[in-house]
Design a protein around this ligand. Structure first.
Ligand SMILES: C[S@@+](CC[C@H](N)C(=O)[O-])C[C@H]1O[C@@H](n2cnc3c(N)ncnc32)[C@H](O)[C@@H]1O
Length: 203
């Protein structure tokens, strides 16, 4: 898997800076979250979860990539952070996690998921009533954005309105979206511009 190959080099300066900017945007979407339980779906090495440690009561982190979770686990072992907990991705379907979370957030993950409706239904099931989902992802982008990922079979970004419709079809209410980041990625000596949106919905 692509992310297993790059996990140990993921935490570079540009990823850290982007994660900081996105963490700040997520924080703005939750009011007084100090008693709330969150799930970081597709947490990678936990860059965002670490930034939000003081925001939530606890943050469960999960990811498809075992190596991403290993990097996160190593970071947790070296820190005194007791609020972040790792869940194996397959354990998410255990009924103990049904309606457990006040907030599910996910950054730059959904464009890697082919069947997004099935994944959104799964996350809906994990949220408490009135819980919120926050997804940060790519606007439609030049296909070369993913040319360094030979395994890529996902989406070259999303049309925000179509994603909002998918959320509504599953049952999410009060959906809204906004731009939260813009950046450049160097591909074959060209700079590819990209922008990220944050879309939010309530159960
Ligand atoms: C671009 S990285 C983003 C990591 C982190 N959220 C961040 O913003 O720094 C995408 C992450 O999504 C994970 N991922 C891809 N498909 C997934 C799936 N179906 N379920 C859970 N995680 C997935 C990858 O393993 C990878 O860690």
């Amino acid at each position: 898997m692509y992310f297993d190959k790059i996990a140990f080099n993921w935490d570079n300066l540009s990823k850290q800076e982007r994660a900081q900017a996105l963490s700040d945007r997520i924080k703005e979407e939750v009011n007084d979250a100090s008693k709330l339980t969150a799930l970081d779906f597709g947490c990678g090495t936990g860059l965002i979860a670490f930034n939000l440690t003081d925001t939530f009561n606890e943050i469960y982190c999960t990811d498809l990539s075992k190596n991403m979770l290993e990097v996160l686990n190593n970071k947790l072992t070296e820190s005194d952070n007791e609020k972040i907990k790792i869940i194996e991705i397959n354990s998410l379907d255990s009924e103990i996690f049904a309606e457990k979370f006040n907030v599910v957030f996910s950054s730059m993950v959904f464009h890697h998921i082919v069947d997004i409706e099935t994944e959104l239904k799964r996350l809906y099931h994990l949220l408490k009533k009135d819980g919120i989902i926050i997804i940060i992802d790519l606007d439609v982008v030049d296909k070369r954005f993913h040319s360094d990922n030979g395994d890529f079979d996902g989406h070259h970004g999303f049309d925000r309105e179509s994603l909002a419709d998918s959320l509504k079809n599953i049952g999410f209410k009060n959906t809204s979206y906004k731009t939260v980041f813009s950046g450049k990625k160097k591909v074959d000596n060209d700079d590819i511009n990209y922008s990220l949106f944050l879309i939010k919905g309530e159960k």
